[in-house]
Design a protein around this ligand. Structure first.
Ligand code: AMP
Length: 278
């Protein structure tokens, strides 16, 4: 594995790629969720690039940018063992200049749910993903695939839309959510949870399982499902519970095969999200 810290070095490496390229963008503090994306990229492509960059423009004022877990040495080992070809670790200065042009998330889909709770977050996320896709594909690989987790369902939908709207030559590959044995969706932010908070955090996945049970019992009404989920989530601070279709439009009834159930909540100081596709 080659570790590159500059754009010039990155281009030197990617110039030699002759075959398909799989790309996994991350913010580091890698866990099994990230690894599952890397493994998929590895099994489907000739070359795999992983990036680690804690992107400042997607953090809002007062969010955890400075406290975001950083585990560079462990991350390097994980990537090495996973057979990553190139690990790209840029810094802020090489990714941004002052007074940049910007990308704005779409007015409807970009400003509900996560976009409403974290205004500006998706603009910054799309901006850095656009940059990273352009950087990795600079030498025009024959096939270019980028891997994103369904864990960040709205992010995935917006990236898919950006690729379509801006005619970017990349296949976006959605990857299943990886959970720990007790159901908690893996997240770098789980590291913030105390033992007691972690137990309470389990109610997010429990509420989603409960929702599935209801759907299996033919309860399809969104209002009814939301109110049962609210009861299950009584020990955390709910930010939103939402049922939407795959285009992130509001629905009144679950349509099996085209629905995403999402939940966001604070457990202590930690903000967690989870979702389930049915
Ligand atoms: P992050 O480092 O949090 O920006 O995440 C990098 C990528 O890993 C994103 O595409 C996430 O959706 C994905 N990811 C994070 N956690 C999980 C998980 N538990 N299961 C699957 N994918 C995940």
């Amino acid at each position: 594995m080659i570790i590159v810290n500059s754009i010039e070095e990155l281009f030197e490496q990617t110039a030699n790629f002759n075959g398909s390229v799989g790309f996994v963008p991350t913010m580091g503090a890698l866990h099994e969720g990230h690894l599952s994306l890397i493994r998929q990229a590895k099994s489907n492509n000739d070359f795999v690039v992983v990036s680690i960059f804690v992107n400042p423009t997607q953090f809002l004022e007062g969010e955890d940018l400075d406290a975001y877990p950083r585990k560079e040495e462990a991350d390097k080992k994980i990537c090495q063992l996973a057979g990553v070809d190139v690990l790209f670790m840029p810094n802020k200065e090489m990714m941004y200049e002052a007074d940049e042009l910007s990308i704005t998330a779409p007015a409807k889909r970009g400003f509900i749910l996560e976009g409403a709770k974290r205004p500006g977050h998706f603009d910054g996320m799309l901006q850095v993903v656009m940059k990273l896709l352009n950087l990795i594909a600079y030498h025009k690989p024959s096939i270019f695939r980028a891997y994103f987790g369904k864990k960040d369902a709205q992010q995935l939908a917006l990236i898919t839309q950006m690729v379509k709207n801006y005619f970017i030559n990349v296949e976006i590959v959605p990857c299943a959510i990886v959970r720990s044995a007790d159901g908690l969706a893996l997240s770098s932010r789980n590291a913030y949870l105390s033992k007691e908070e972690r137990v309470r955090a389990l109610s997010l996945s429990r509420s989603l399982r409960k929702a599935t049970e209801l759907v299996m019992q033919k309860e399809l009404k969104v209002k009814a499902i939301e109110s049962v989920m609210r009861e299950v989530l009584n020990e955390v601070d709910i930010e939103y519970i939402a049922l939407v279709n795959r285009q992130f439009q509001a629905i009144d009834e679950v349509e099996i095969g085209n629905t995403i159930i999402l939940v966001a909540a604070r457990v202590g100081h930690t903000r967690l999200i989870d979702n389930l596709w049915i």
